[in-house]
Design a protein around this ligand. Structure first.
Ligand SMILES: Nc1ncnc2c1ncn2[C@@H]1O[C@H](COP(=O)(O)OP(=O)(O)OP(=O)(O)O)[C@@H](O)[C@H]1O
Ligand SMILES: [Mg+2]
Length: 500
């Protein structure tokens, strides 16, 4: 299953916002509760102290049984506090003897809060007192002792609730501001943290060793002006700066190593080419010796009978041919063994095959291997480096010659054959090189492209031929595979992309 992708920036932001919101919500809950509690306590304190004050003021009139004075006192006190709903003075038997109601005392109020003997205070909440839908906090305190009487004061909660609401709203605003700052902070923080990582990630994914040279490496750094500016202001390095530095250093080393590897590969290719030249050297000597023998013969004939003008003309043209042949062979070897830059030009693959067959001509002849070329009439050019491709095909041909030789050792009646076949399929040119040599065990088919893998018995191989060939073909954007043919022997299939 394909894994879903969420950029680091959003992961960071979501995590931080989540934390800010959870923290903010817990804060709101606790702040709200504590504000409520504080105000409840304050209200209770206030109403108790008011009740106690009235109790003190009520002692004297009560002792003198001066009800009028009591009523006057309570209505005076009530006027001083707008949150006071009522004041009741009760005698020792809990009968109301003075109150602040203009009319009768509401029924539900009378026995709502009875102070038990010895109790210092009793509090109850009463709803819907009179025609007000306010909740009232009724606090009862004794006058000297319960036996003399009780003072009950009712306080509207509404006033306090308003205060509570006001304070809660202020706190809520604070939390909202905190959330806004927190969330913006979370975004900025995530941005600062993830931007360098994103730069590194983009650089890494778009990193192409081929198109990079070591000098350009230093330019890979934070491109983002905002983060760069911020870092300048803070001007203190952190792990991210170390990461960028290390990353750049790593890229620089990687590129240098890659360049070194490339040059090592080139040297390897060059020595492999020299090894191939070594292999075909005997054949080349033969290729050159034949025309030289012809030259010598012609020279002898001319010098023996210099007066025979007509036949000497014939010898001279034979000498010309011999010199041309020598020149062709020598040039072919020189060109093959020279160090060539890997430059792609349009290449006719048939031409490459011909060059290789010329280089390997003696070997093929000596091993009595016949060559069959099955080429279509029109072969489009491929984009490639002719010299490198020559090396690939020569190596394949030399391998085939060896494999055929090995098979002949046990089956001398076999007539060696190498068949070249070119096919165009869609946007690809396929070059098959088929031999009727030993072939190889199926499980070895992939391994033969590994560096230093060799099973050569006839002559010592380096085991680098096919591995270098593989790299060359890959650099051409193509592919090279080996398989055993049903009729015996091996087939090397090389695919080249065709650019239209
Ligand atoms: N046409 C073939 N038939 C059978 N075996 C082959 C053929 N081509 C290659 N191989 C096997 O693959 C091995 C690796 O080939 P490769 O060209 O890489 O190295 P090599 O030929 O052994 O050494 P060098 O190329 O240096 O002479 C060979 O040793 C051989 O065993
Ligand atoms: Mg080889």
């Amino acid at each position: 299953m394909k894994k879903r992708f969420l950029p680091l920036f959003w992961k960071f932001s979501i995590a931080l916002i989540f934390m800010v919101v959870v923290f903010g919500s817990i804060n709101i809950y606790f702040i709200r509760n504590s504000v409520y509690e504080t105000f409840e306590t304050e209200l209770l304190k206030h109403s108790t102290s008011k009740a106690k004050m009235i109790a003190d003021m009520a002692i004297q009139p009560l002792l003198y049984n001066n009800i009028t004075s009591l009523n006057e006192m309570v209505s005076n006190v009530k006027q001083t506090d707008k949150d006071l709903a009522y004041i009741l003075i009760l005698d020792g038997k809990n009968h109301v003897i003075a109150h602040t109601f203009y009319k009768a005392i509401p029924e539900k109020l009378i026995d709502a809060n009875i102070l038990k003997p010895g109790e210092a205070r009793s509090t109850v909440f009463i709803e819907d007192v009179g025609n007000s839908d306010n909740i009232v906090q009724d606090v009862a305190v004794p006058i000297l002792s319960v036996n003399i009487g009780t003072v009950r004061v009712g306080f509207f909660e509404a006033g306090y609730q308003k205060e509570v609401r006001k304070t809660t709203i202020i706190f809520l605003w604070m939390v909202v501001i905190f959330l806004v700052i927190g969330i913006s902070g979370a975004f900025i923080f995530s941005y600062i943290i993830t931007q360098p990582i994103k730069t590194i990630s983009t650089t890494a994914s778009g990193f192409n060793l081929e198109s990079l040279d070591a000098d350009k490496i230093n330019k890979i750094q934070l491109q983002n002006k905002f983060v760069l500016g911020l870092k300048k202001v803070i001007s203190i390095d952190d792990e991210l700066d170390t990461l960028i530095f290390t990353f750049n250093e790593m890229l620089r080393r990687l590129t240098t190593t890659y360049k070194e590897l490339q040059s090592a590969q080139e040297s390897l290719l060059q020595s492999r080419k020299m090894a191939s030249v070594g292999t075909i050297a005997a054949g080349l000597a033969h290729e050159i010796n034949n025309p030289i023998a012809g030259l010598r013969n012609s020279l002898r004939m001319i010098s023996e009978k210099p007066e025979r003008y007509l036949s000497n003309q014939e010898y001279i043209s034979m000498m010309k041919e011999a010199v041309d042949k020598i020149e062709k062979v020598v040039n072919g070897v020189l060109d093959f063994s020279r160090k060539h830059e890997f430059v792609k030009t349009p290449v006719d693959i048939r031409q490459i095959v011909e060059e290789v067959l010329m280089l390997a001509a003696f070997h093929l002849e000596q091993s009595s291997i016949s060559i069959i070329k099955e080429f279509p009439e029109k072969v489009p050019p491929i984009m490639g480096s002719a010299n490198h491709l020559e090396h690939v095909i020569l190596n394949v041909v030399l391998n085939s010659i060896d494999a055929i030789g090995e098979r002949k050792a046990s089956e001398p009646e076999i007539a060696g054959q190498i068949v070249f076949n070119i096919r165009i399929i869609r946007n690809e040119l396929l070059l098959e090189i088929n031999d009727n040599g030993t072939g190889i065990e199926a499980e070895m088919l992939d391994v033969i492209f590994d560096p230093f893998f060799t099973m050569k018995k006839i002559r010592q191989g380096t085991g680098l031929g096919l591995s270098i060939s593989y790299n060359i073909i890959k650099e051409h954007g193509g592919d090279i595979v080996a398989k055993n043919r049903n009729e015996g022997g091996m087939q090397i299939l090389i695919k080249f992309p065709l650019t239209t």
